[in-house]
Design a protein around this ligand. Sequence first.
Ligand SMILES: [Ca+2]
Ligand SMILES: [Ca+2]
Ligand SMILES: [Ca+2]
Length: 328
Amino acid sequence: MLGNGESSEIEVEPGEYAITETAVPEWYLSDLTCDDPDAMLDLQGTAVVEVAAGETVTCTFTNTQQGTLWVGKSTPGFEGEVYFEFTSDVAGWPPDLHGGMSATTTVEPGTYTVAELEKEGWELTDLTCDVPNAVIDLTTASATVYVGPGELVKCTFTNGEMRKPGAIGDYVWHDKDRDGVQETGEPGIEGVLVNLYAAGNPPVAQGAVLLATARTDAGGYYLIENVPAGDYIVGFSNLPEGYRFTKPFAANDKYLDSDAQVATGMTPVMVLPAGFVDLTCDAGAYLVLQEVLPLTGTALDWGATAGLTLVMIGAALVLGVKPRRGIE
Ligand SMILES: [Ca+2]
Ligand SMILES: [Ca+2]
Ligand SMILES: [Ca+2]
């Protein structure tokens, strides 16, 4: 066994001899020379030489320590096992990796490129290597590094889920019993205008920044899609004639209550998280019988109107109490 710089001599009978070096882990034979012109050299580690009578043949085995390439995968905030694919100059390496995994390989000293393949729904948010000479290209998701003898070079690919836009919905209903709660037998109201406004800090004035508009469908439903995370105000308007908004936040369940303020039809500021589909933004409305009030012009609810009707019948006025539209 020989160490670095060491040599060994042996006297032999003339003839053909094979000298083989046994491989040592993490080292490789980078050069093998013999000063015999007839030598047959094999970089797997064998030299075959002809030693003639009186001849001295010298063979030199040059070994170089391998380096190590390490690739790590990071998906901060994501615990699932979503695998990412890579390509590199090292055939078949690295394997597919998910967040928290890493892979190493020993390589001959040299320059290597590792690239991550695109993955739908994910973006590369960071790519770092722990050597100063690394060439990082975020657009191609690739890192090119020099790995020296005995050196360990680590590169970490960090990915984040692409921010899916959220949505806001979803319902305007006829709150027949005026309790502010969505209930069986209370149908949706079609054609209500729904405006989405940006809410600043402090919230912008009503209608200042209109971002999107929708109308409720035949079932009373609406959905404003592709809404990024942010603070919003939703304004409901264009109720059918004779309707007014019911009292907001009357249910313990935000999916069953009304969010529109009675006077304005506007909701308070609502915070939409990234990618969240918020279907709790609803508005209830009920029918006000205001046509029976020619004297004051003030909208009253049914009970007050009925009382007024009785009084005015005594004054011999003809009162028509009916909704103008055939809406339940
Ligand atoms: Ca109700
Ligand atoms: Ca609600
Ligand atoms: Ca709803």
